[in-house]
Design a protein around this ligand. Structure first.
Ligand code: FES
Length: 172
């Protein structure tokens, strides 16, 4: 099983599992802190990061305006990372696919990074290196006019749902 590290020491980690609320807080603060540390302003960053709110949510269907420019947008209420990158829009789960640690955006490297076991991912969520064994988990997403609809009930794991994972983006 790709993510079962019962024998490699992960389960013996002394860090207690974070609550869902702690996780969201840590993720957002981690990203914001990384930006502050790097001294990057939104105007100069090639992939600026910002916080967003959904336009609407009905059951598990979340509506966002299509971002006008490339960037990383965090919806902390719904725990979604919305990325516009090279004319494509993706919706990711906010947590690392390995052991659900809060992911952080590293603007200098243009990568998502996991602080726990150092996994790294491209802006489109593809796995680069680290303890994880798959890309960032993607939600199903479809275009509806000037908006995208993200289905929080349809999350694709690259190793389990490869075809759906690859198809989970919209062209803009
Ligand atoms: S939690 Fe292990 S690499 Fe992210």
């Amino acid at each position: 099983m790709p993510n079962d590290h019962a024998t490699d020491g992960c389960n013996s980690c002394p860090i207690a599992p974070a609550t869902r609320r702690d996780f969201v807080r840590d993720s957002v603060l981690g990203i914001a802190g990384a930006l502050a540390t790097l001294g990057i302003s939104r105007s100069t960053a090639a992939l600026p990061i910002s916080m967003i709110e959904a336009l609407a949510r009905r059951d598990e269907k979340i509506t966002y305006a299509i971002p006008a420019t490339d960037g990383v947008r965090i919806d902390k209420d719904n725990e979604v990372i919305l990325v516009r990158w090279q004319n494509e829009v993706y919706a990711f789960n906010l947590s690392c696919p390995h052991q659900r640690t809060a992911l952080r955006w590293n603007e200098a490297a243009k990568e998502f990074q996991c602080p726990k076991h150092k996994s790294k991912y491209t802006p489109s969520g593809s796995f680069i290196s680290g303890r994880a064994t798959r890309g960032m988990d993607r939600f199903a997403i479809q275009r509806q006019g000037a908006n995208v609809i993200v289905d929080a009930d349809e999350m694709f794991e690259e190793d389990e749902n490869e075809a759906q994972w690859k198809a989970a983006f919209v062209k803009v």
